[in-house]
Design a protein around this ligand. Structure first.
Ligand code: GTP
Ligand code: SPV
Ligand code: MN
Length: 590
């Protein structure tokens, strides 16, 4: 093996140095680069990525510091079929995860990865999940042969020397190995070894498959750690809502992929909510721990957003449009002839000469989408004009309400409040949502997606429900739990609820429920706003629309409850009796 230039930093941690050597001996990169996270390093990597055409520079005046990346067309979304939890026993992964034997999997991945970095650079990417100096925070190191992944990790995490400092000589860290191989769907695997705090991902450069800090560590591995250590790792946004009187209420919300987390996290309140301000703490992942005051406190482990482009416009999300004006990497959006980006639902006309996400000439009205439906932006959270002053606070923020939500064309009303924690866990455990373009496979099919964690829970789902119930018993001042649905449709297929900024009206009811100042009616499925309690001033939809968005239809619910029952049965014996009892109670109440 050629001798590898290595800086002395990082090598202070013997087990890190050994692991990097071990991986380099297997994959045989031409060079090993230890990332320090500096600005000058970022500039060097950007020029290399431009030279090798991994990135295209956008117009300097229209989008300063912005780049377009076009992925392999076979590599545009998470691949749940290729995602595995490799626990020593199959039961460890539970019935909702793919499982494979750890020893055999390591062997196969070693075989596939052998010599795979010949001619390439291996980047050593150390990062923090969570604010520096926080009791929530953990260290990860990703080894990758992709410059796109390295640059993206620099946006999405607190990356570089600060992570090595936090790690020190002795500390433990998550080992993430990412090998692009030949980006062949037939040799694509995303494997998790919770017992070794290790991830090994091959054959994909797509976000959730390749940015190993995100779904792989911050959710799949972290959910396993959280259960052992008594905290929670959840697929949740965190948002602060400040009243005109200056009081801020923090809410965490779990919606499945491409179901509105980023949008809710940076919502702009409508004019009827004069004086209210909304602050983003996080848009995708929350780590939650019980605080010294007995409340549940949360941090966003990430430092950037990997958000969905289509549908983002100056009306739906003005904060996002401002945040995307500079220093952003766009992936698989369309490119205009003047060096700008375009996507469906951006609310501007595509200029003549726009090329689609694969770089092909594109014309409106011919059926094909210009931007891939799962095209995304990668942008640091510091670009967000609505960033919370507590986004980097080592203490985190106290959570007053947890909201579950799915994408449901029927059945599920605009908002429900759980009777108590146990009922809230049942609501989350049985929630369904239509599949989206964020994962490969059919779009628009209702599937059960408990707590929006179906693809992200790193262990047995029934035990995960048990952990939620156990946490509920331990939190002295637990948040209230709610469920929302922004996506109910009319017979003609249009949304009944205007959504986006108008969701503030539902959040307002939720905050007033938390403060015991709003009224609710009891229904079999939970508490719903009493007539007149959701503020509808200046809303340009009819009362009838609102009524249909909120109604609970018994016939629809009979089908729904059968679907829930079937799902719980499929999950098997580890589902706590308490969750099943909640379902029986709803049946009896109808
Ligand atoms: P991930 O990054 O995949 O976890 O997605 P996310 O949950 O952050 O979803 P995001 O906020 O990016 O929204 C996904 C899609 O849903 C976008 O196309 C949005 O325009 C759309 N969307 C978000 N909020 C609403 C809403 O309130 N109503 C409607 N109708 N669509 C919405
Ligand atoms: C999701 O799919 O939930 C995302 C995008 O947030 S990814 O990082 O690919 O998971
Ligand atoms: Mn997500």
């Amino acid at each position: 093996m050629a001798s590898l230039p290595r800086k002395t930093t990082g090598a202070q941690n013997q087990s890190l140095a050994q692991w990097v050597d071990e991986v380099a001996r297997l994959t045989r990169p031409d060079r090993v680069h230890w990332c320090d996270g500096s600005e000058s390093e970022r500039e060097r990597l950007l020029s290399e990525a431009l030279a090798s055409k991994v990135l295209v520079a956008l117009d300097r005046n229209r989008r300063p510091g912005c780049y377009l990346h076009r992925s392999n067309p076979n590599d545009v979304a998470r691949t749940e079929d290729a995602t595995f939890i490799c626990t020593p026993r199959k039961e460890g992964a539970g019935p909702t995860n793919n499982w494979s034997d750890p020893a055999q999997t390591y062997e196969k991945l070693s075989e596939w990865s052998e010599g795979s970095m010949v001619g390439r650079t291996m980047y050593v990417v150390p990062y923090l999940l969570g604010p520096a100096g926080s009791r929530f925070t953990k260290v990860g190191v990703e080894l990758t042969d992709s410059i796109y992944v390295t640059l993206s990790m620099g946006v999405m995490t607190r990356m570089g020397s600060q992570a090595l400092e936090a790690l020190g000589a002795m500390g433990d860290f998550n080992r993430g190995l990412h090998c692009t191989l030949d980006c062949d769907p037939g040799r694509r695997l995303i494997c998790h070894f919770p017992q070794d705090n290790t991830i090994w991902s091959v054959g994909s450069n797509y976000g959730g498959n390749a940015l190993l800090s995100k779904k792989c560590f911050a959710l799949r591995i972290a959910s396993h750690m959280a259960r052992e250590e008594g905290w929670m790792a959840e697929h949740m946004l965190i948002v602060g809502l400040q009243s005109p009187q200056g009081e801020t209420t923090y809410v965490a919300a779990a919606f499945p992929s491409a179901c509105g987390k980023t949008n809710l996290a940076m919502l702009t309140p409508p004019p009827a909510f004069k004086g209210w301000r909304v602050f983003t703490v996080g848009d995708d992942i929350a780590w939650l721990r019980i605080g010294p005051d007995g409340r549940l406190w949360a941090v966003n482990p990430e430092f950037g957003y990997f958000g969905v482009a289509p549908g983002t416009n100056a009306h739906s999300n003005p904060n996002a449009m401002r945040m995307l004006e500079h220093n952003t990497i766009f992936t698989n959006v369309a490119l205009t002839p003047d060096g700008d980006v375009w996507w469906e639902g951006i609310n501007t006309d595509p200029p003549q000469g726009t090329v689609d996400w694969q770089g092909r000439p594109w014309r409106a009205g011919q059926g094909d989408k210009a931007a891939h439906p799962n095209s995304r932006f990668t942008t640091p959270m510091t670009n967000n004009p609505a960033l919370s002053p507590h986004a980097d606070d080592p203490k985190g923020v106290p959570i007053s309400a947890i909201i579950f939500g799915g994408r449901r064309a029927s059945t599920v009303p605009l908002v429900i409040e759980a009777f108590d924690w146990s009922h809230g866990v049942y609501l989350g455990a049985t929630m369904g949502s239509e599949t989206t373009a964020a994962a490969t496979g059919k779009v628009g099919v209702v599937r059960r997606d408990p707590m929006a964690m179906l693809p992200f829970c790193g262990y047995d789902m029934g035990q995960y429900f048990g952990h939620w119930l156990a946490m509920g018993r331990k939190i002295p001042r637990p948040p209230k739990i709610f469920m929302v649905n922004w996506f109910r449709k009319d017979a003609d297929g249009s949304f009944l609820w205007p959504g986006f900024g108008e969701n503030m009206r539902v959040l307002d009811w939720i905050i007033r429920r938390v403060n015991d100042s709003a009224k609710a009616d009891v229904t079999p499925v939970g508490l719903v706003p009493r007539a007149g309690e959701v503020m509808l001033d200046h809303l340009d939809i009819t009362e009838d629309h609102v009524r249909r968005a909120t109604v609970i239809d018994r016939t629809e619910w009979e089908v729904e409850l059968d679907g829930q029952q079937e799902f719980l049965t499929r999950l098997g014996d580890t589902v706590p009796a308490e969750v099943k009892e909640q379902l029986s109670r709803v049946r009896r109440a109808f």
